[in-house]
Design a protein around this ligand. Structure first.
Ligand code: C2E
Ligand code: CA
Ligand code: CA
Length: 577
C-alpha cells in the first residue's frame, strides 16, 4: 500500500505565498546565499554567480542562519562550505532542518573535503547536492540551475495539491489520491471520515477570515494527530475535511471529541460522518455525499457528533431519492389523496369542523406517511404545490357536502412555513376558494409557531391578509416547541390547537394542569381551543370539563377518506333528526 504524507506548514510561521506566475518566471533574478568562511573562495563564487543571480553572503554557519531567517522567502538556493569556524556546515544544516519554512530551499555543499563520509553525512542532513573543489564552473552553474527549476516545479505542484490554509490536500488532489489508492489495492478495506464545522459560515461572519483560517488550521492539525492509520487528508469544502484511513473498529466518538476540544475556539461544534469499508467502485463524490448525509441526520444534535453511514441511512436515502423523482408525476396522476379528520364540537357533541390531511399512495412504495414525505417536500420546496392542491381538495369537499345536503363544516388545511415565501399566498388561497364558490368563513388555515418564528414579518403580513379575506387562523402544535406567549397576544389568531404531546404527557403523569392552563389562557385571550390527539374517553371527559371547544383525535375519529367522511356526517345528521 502506498502511503501519502500530508505535508503541513504551520500557519503562524508561513509567510505570504509567492504568486504562481512569479515562481516559474525565468527572467527573474534568483537570490543565492553563499555561506563560506574563506574570503577568496567567497569572492570567486560571488563573481561566478552574480552573472546570473543576486548574491548574499555569510562568513560562517551562524551568520548563514541569520541571513536565512531574514531572506528565506526570496532564497532560491544555498551554497554551503563545510568546514568553518563558529558554526560549521553540518551544524548549519542541522539548524536549517529544525524549521520547516526552510525545507523547500535546496542546499548545495561546496567543499574541499573529498571524504565520502562527509558526503554521506551531508546527504543525511538534507543536502541536495555535493561538489568538491576545485569544480568546473560551467557544470556547477548547470547543476544549480537544475536544482532551482526542480524545486520551483515542486512548489508549483504543491500549491495546486495543497490547501494553503490547512496544509491538507486540496479537494481535487485528495480525490485523485483516493482513486489511486483504491485502484492500487483492490482487496484493502478503507474508511472515509468527513468532518464538518457546524455553522461555519456564521462563525466566519462573526469572527472574520483570519480567525477562521486559524481555526481551520488548528482543527486540521488536531484531527490529523488524532486519526491513526491515515492515508490521506484533504480539505473538501469550506469547513469540511475528509480523511481516508485503513478500516478500523468503531469507537471514534471519544477520540474525535477530544481532538476538537483541543482547538482553542469558543462555540466550536464539529460533526463527523463515517463511511466504513468503502466500496472501491464508488465515485468519490458519492462517498462524500454518503458521509454528508450521515452528518445531516445529526443536524439537530448539539456537541460534537459522530454518525456512521449504514444500511438504514442508505435505505432512507434511496427512499428520499425515489420520492423526489416521483413527486411531480404523483401530483399529476392524483396519487395524493386528501383525508378528513373530523373535529368534535364539545358544545354539541357533533362534528364542528375537519382537518384536511395529505395521503400518498405510491405505486412502488405503497402508502407513504406524511411524516416521511412532508419533511422532504419542505426541503425541496414541493410542499407549496402540495398545500395548494390540498386546499383545492378542501374547497371541493365543502362544495360536495353542500350538494349532498350534508351539514357543512369548516375545513382546515395546513400551511407549511415555506408557503409564506409566496408574497400573495392569501390571495392565491382566496382565488381557489372563489373558483369553487366557497365562502371564506368555511376555510381555516393551520400554521405552526415555527413557521411564524422562521419568518415573523412575512407570516404576520400574510396572516393579516388572510383575516381580511375572511379566513380563520388556527395555531397548530401549540406547546410542542418553544411557545412564545407573546405571539399569542400579538398575532391575528382565532383558534389554538394544543399539540397532542400535551395530552399524552398529561395522561402519562396523571396531571392535566398544564392542559387546563393552556385552555384557560386561550379563553382569556378570546380564542377557541382544539385539543389534538385525544385517544380515550377519559381524556375526552377531562378536557371537556376544562372548557375546550373542540377535540380532534382517534377517540372521536381517525382521518377518513372522502366517502367515509361524508358517511360520518350523514350518520350524525340522521341521529340529529
Ligand atoms: P398535524 O397537522 O399536527 O396533523 C395531525 C396529525 O396527528 C395527523 O397525522 C393525524 O393523523 C394525527 N392524529 C390525529 N389524531 C390522532 C390521535 O388521536 N393520536 C395520534 N397518535 N395521532 C393522531 P398525519 O396525517 O400523519 O400528519 C402528520 C403531519 O404531517 C401533520 O401534523 C402535518 O404537520 C403534516 N401534514 C399532513 N398533511 C399535510 C399537508 O397537506 N400539508 C402540510 N403542510 N402538512 C401536512
Ligand atoms: Ca395540522
Ligand atoms: Ca397539530
Amino acid at each position: 500500500m502506498r502511503l501519502f504524507a500530508c505535508g503541513r506548514i504551520p500557519l503562524a510561521k508561513r509567510g505570504p505565498m509567492k504568486r504562481l506566475d512569479m515562481l516559474l518566471n525565468d527572467r527573474d533574478r534568483r537570490l543565492v546565499l553563499v555561506v563560506e568562511d574563506n574570503d577568496i573562495n567567497r569572492e570567486i563564487l560571488h563573481a561566478l554567480l552574480s552573472k546570473e543571480f543576486d548574491v548574499i553572503e555569510a562568513k560562517d554557519g551562524a551568520e548563514g542562519i541569520k541571513q536565512l531567517e531574514e531572506r528565506y522567502q526570496d532564497l532560491a538556493i544555498i551554497l554551503l562550505d563545510l568546514y568553518m569556524p563558529v558554526c560549521d556546515g553540518f551544524e548549519f544544516m542541522r539548524r536549517k532542518r529544525l524549521d520547516e519554512r526552510y525545507d523547500s530551499i535546496p542546499t548545495f555543499v561546496v567543499t574541499a573535503s573529498g571524504e565520502s563520509s562527509d558526503e554521506i553525512a551531508c546527504l543525511e542532513l538534507g543536502a541536495n547536492d555535493f561538489v568538491v573543489k576545485p569544480y568546473n564552473p560551467e557544470i556547477m552553474m548547470n547543476r544549480i540551475h537544475n536544482m532551482i527549476k526542480l524545486r520551483e516545479s515542486a512548489a508549483l505542484v504543491s500549491q495546486l495539491s495543497h490547501d494553503v490554509v490547512t496544509g491538507l490536500y486540496s479537494k481535487e488532489y485528495f480525490g485523485r489520491i483516493v482513486e489511486e489508492t483504491f485502484a492500487a489495492d483492490e482487496g484493502a478495506a478503507f474508511d472515509l471520515i468527513c468532518s464538518d464545522i457546524v455553522n461555519f459560515r456564521v462563525l466566519n461572519g462573526r469572527y472574520g477570515d483570519r480567525n477562521c483560517d486559524l481555526l481551520l488550521h488548528d482543527l486540521a492539525s488536531s484531527l490529523v494527530e488524532a486519526i491513526p492509520g491515515r492515508i490521506a487528508a484533504g480539505r473538501i469544502g469550506e469547513g469540511t475535511f475528509a480523511f481516508l484511513i485503513e478500516h478500523q473498529e468503531r469507537g471514534w466518538e471519544g477520540k474525535l471529541d477530544s481532538a476538537v476540544a483541543k482547538v482553542p475556539f469558543a462555540n466550536l461544534n464539529v460533526r463527523f460522518g463515517i463511511v466504513e469499508n468503502v466500496d472501491h467502485s464508488m465515485p468519490v463524490a458519492r462517498l462524500y455525499s454518503h458521509a454528508t448525509s450521515a452528518m445531516e441526520t445529526a443536524k439537530s444534535l448539539h456537541g460534537n457528533v459522530v454518525v456512521y453511514f449504514d444500511d438504514d441511512l442508505h435505505q432512507r436515502q434511496v427512499m428520499e431519492q425515489t420520492i423526489r423523482e416521483s413527486m411531480e408525476a404523483a401530483l399529476d396522476e392524483l396519487q395524493f389523496k386528501v383525508h378528513f379528520q373530523p373535529k368534535c364540537d364539545e358544545h354539541t357533541g357533533k362534528t364542528g369542523g375537519a382537518e384536511a390531511l395529505a395521503r400518498w399512495t405510491h405505486p412502488e412504495l405503497g402508502i407513504v406517511s406524511p411524516a416521511l414525505f412532508i419533511p422532504i417536500f419542505e426541503r425541496n420546496g414541493f410542499i407549496t404545490k402540495l398545500d395548494l392542491f390540498v386546499w383545492e381538495e378542501a374547497c371541493k369537499e365543502v362544495v360536495r357536502c353542500a350538494e349532498l345536503g350534508l351539514p357543512v363544516v369548516p375545513i382546515s388545511a395546513n400551511a407549511s412555513r415555506l408557503d409564506f415565501d409566496l408574497p400573495d399566498l392569501a390571495d392565491q388561497l382566496a382565488a381557489i376558494a372563489d373558483k369553487h364558490g366557497v365562502d371564506h368563513s368555511l376555510l381555516h388555515v393551520e400554521l405552526t409557531e415555527t413557521a411564524y418564528s422562521d419568518n415573523p414579518e412575512a407570516v404576520t403580513q400574510t396572516m393579516h391578509r388572510l383575516r381580511e379575506l375572511g379566513f380563520a387562523i388556527e395555531l397548530d402544535d401549540f406547546g410542542s416547541g418553544y411557545s412564545s406567549l407573546v405571539s399569542l397576544n400579538t398575532l391575528p389568531l382565532d383558534i389554538i390547537k394544543l399539540d397532542m404531546s400535551m395530552v399524552q404527557q398529561a395522561t402519562a403523569l396523571h396531571d392535566f394542569r398544564i392542559v387546563e392552563s393552556a385552555i384557560k389562557l386561550a379563553q382569556t385571550l378570546g380564542l377557541k381551543t382544539v385539543v389534538e390527539g385525544v385517544e380515550t374517553a377519559e381524556e375526552a371527559a377531562k378536557v371537556r370539563i376544562m372548557g375546550c371547544d373542540y377535540i380532534q383525535g382517534y377517540y372521536y375519529s381517525k382521518p377518513l377518506v372522502r366517502e367515509d367522511f361524508e358517511r360520518h356526517l350523514a350518520a350524525e345528521q340522521a341521529e340529529r333528526s
